[in-house]
Design a protein. Sequence first.
Length: 93
Amino acid sequence: MKATLLKKERIRLSDDSFVDVSIWETPEPVSGSGHCYKYSLAYITQGVCALRYDNEAGKGDHRHTGKKEALYEFSSLERLVEDFWSDVAQLGG
């Protein structure tokens, strides 16, 4: 069974910033995560990734804010998207 693409979009926020979202449903949890989703949500401004939520294989759920990386407690896709947009707003996006 293959992964199923649930969402792939790029949202332009201004002339120099955008959000890029990719969410896949996987047949098995990604290594390090306890759920069946693979995701990457990124906020890019002035050519720099200011914020990214992802679950890279082996690292599990985490987020990058600038150069800092912290664990992220995944509970649902809806909450993930809400948390991401909340952080984007705090960063001025």
